[in-house]
Ligand binder design. Structure first.
Ligand code: FES
Length: 80
């Protein structure tokens, strides 16, 4: 478990005040959204592009929820 997860109680960084999705690698929500907009489709893509999720791995579920949410947003834009 990473030092950051100890500080946040191991909650997976979902409620991080600094806006980090991945505290171990200091990856922000904006960086994740930008990577998804640029074509990232899986957590592995986010890991390759940003390094997100390569530390304690506590954030991987949160990264997955970002991928689902932003894919849905893209689909809704295409459908409208
Ligand atoms: S918060 Fe530890 S790897 Fe992302």
């Amino acid at each position: 478990m990473c030092e950051s997860a100890h500080r946040c109680g191991g909650s997976g960084c979902g409620g991080c005040r600094e806006g980090f999705v991945c505290r171990c690698l200091k990856i922000t929500e904006d960086m994740v959204i930008e990577a998804i907009a640029a074509g990232a489709q899986t957590v592995q893509d986010l890991s390759r592009q940003l390094g997100a999720g390569d530390g304690c791995m506590a954030c991987r579920r949160h990264l997955e929820s970002f991928l689902i949410r932003h894919r849905q947003n893209s689909l809704e834009l295409v459908a409208s």
